[in-house]
Design a protein around this ligand. Structure first.
Ligand code: HEM
Length: 76
């Protein structure tokens, strides 16, 4: 049950994600029109946009790590 690379690496992390895309994925669980999350991660609609954007800004401030994680969005 691997969790994704959330470092700012452009190729294997979220370095190419806009703040808007990240906030939407975190709050609604939708990314580019499809599911972004799966168990045990749930969407967090209770976060305000400001709170979700603060998490994005923090993640963008940490060192990039190149680590390709295969996605698995098969319903559990
Ligand atoms: C503040 C805490 C967290 C944030 C900001 C966060 C953020 C995200 C984001 C943005 C994605 C989508 C990544 C993508 O589409 O490439 C994701 C997916 C996921 N997260 Fe989280 N997450 C958090 C906590 C957790 C925790 C605590 C777990 C597990 C215990 C978890 C497990 C997962 C899993 C399994 C996925 C789907 C991976 C896949 O695509 O196969 N997350 N998370």
């Amino acid at each position: 049950m691997p969790t994704p690379n959330l470092t700012p690496d452009k190729a294997t992390g979220i370095g190419n994600w806009s703040e808007e895309k990240f906030v939407k994925a975190l709050k609604s669980g939708i990314k580019d029109g499809e599911a972004a999350l799966r168990y045990p991660m749930k969407p967090y609609p209770e976060l305000t946009d400001k709170e979700a954007a603060a998490i994005y800004k923090y993640l963008m401030s940490i060192p990039s790590i190149s680590n390709k994680v295969e996605r698995n969005l098969t319903p559990q």
